[in-house]
Design a protein around this ligand. Structure first.
Ligand SMILES: Cc1cc2nc3c(=O)[nH]c(=O)nc-3n(C[C@H](O)[C@H](O)[C@H](O)COP(=O)(O)O)c2cc1C
Length: 161
C-alpha cells in the first residue's frame, strides 16, 4: 500500500506549488480536486467568496484515486473569506467515510488559517496529525522551506511509526 497522498485544490497555483513540494518530500502520490465549472473572471471571484462565506458546496469531479487506499491524506486548500475553498469542503463531505488519517495545509495572503483548520477538522470528523500555513509571499519567494520541512518531518515520523 502506498503510504500517503496529497490531495489539494488550487485556483491560482499557490496551493499546487506547496502540494508538489510536499508530495516530493514525502514520496507521496498527488491528486488535484477539480471542478466542472470555471471560476474565471469577476463572476468567478464573487461566486467563490459567496460560496466560502455561506459554507456552501461546489460540484467537484470524482477523484481518480480512492483515499482509503492510503495511510495518510494531506489535504490542502487556499483560504477563501476565512474559510476553506468550497471545492475542498465538497471533497471532505463526499469522501469523509473514505479518509485515512489526515493532515492539513493552507495557503493565504494574510490571515484565516485558524478558522480554516477548525472547519476542516469538523468536516473530516477527526483531528489532523499536523497543520501547515504558507503565505503567498513565501510561496512566490520559495522561502517556505523551513515550516514545510518541519511539517513533512512530523508526517514522515508518524508514517514510520
Ligand atoms: C475568493 C478568494 C478569497 C480569499 N480570501 C482570503 C482570506 O480570507 N484571507 C487571506 O489571507 N487570503 C485570502 N485569499 C487569498 C488566497 O487565499 C491566496 O492567494 C492563496 O494562496 C490562493 O491559493 P491558490 O493559488 O492555490 O488558489 C482569497 C483569495 C480568493 C480568490
Amino acid at each position: 500500500m502506498v503510504p500517503a497522498i496529497v490531495i489539494y485544490y488550487s485556483l491560482t497555483g499557490n496551493t499546487r506549488q506547496v502540494a508538489r513540494v510536499l508530495a516530493e518530500r514525502l514520496s507521496a502520490d498527488i491528486q488535484e480536486i477539480t471542478e466542472p465549472t470555471s471560476r474565471q473572471g469577476l463572476k468567478g471571484l464573487f461566486r467563490s467568496i459567496w460560496q466560502a462565506r455561506g459554507k456552501r458546496l461546489a460540484p467537484i469531479l470524482p477523484l481518480a484515486v480512492d483515499p482509503s487506499r492510503y495511510r495518510l491524506a494531506i489535504i490542502g486548500t487556499p483560504v477563501w473569506a476565512f474559510s476553506m475553498a468550497s471545492p475542498v469542503r465538497s471533497f471532505l463531505v463526499d469522501y469523509r467515510e473514505k479518509l485515512p488519517r489526515v493532515a492539513f495545509f493552507c495557503t493565504l495572503r494574510s490571515s484565516g488559517s485558524a478558522s480554516v483548520f477548525q472547519e476542516m477538522e469538523q468536516a473530516a470528523g477527526q483531528k489532523p496529525l499536523a497543520c501547515l500555513t504558507v503565505k503567498d509571499r513565501e510561496v512566490t519567494s520559495n522561502s517556505f522551506t523551513e515550516a514545510t520541512e518541519k511539517f513533512a518531518v512530523a508526517l514522515l515520523t508518524w508514517l514510520k511509526g
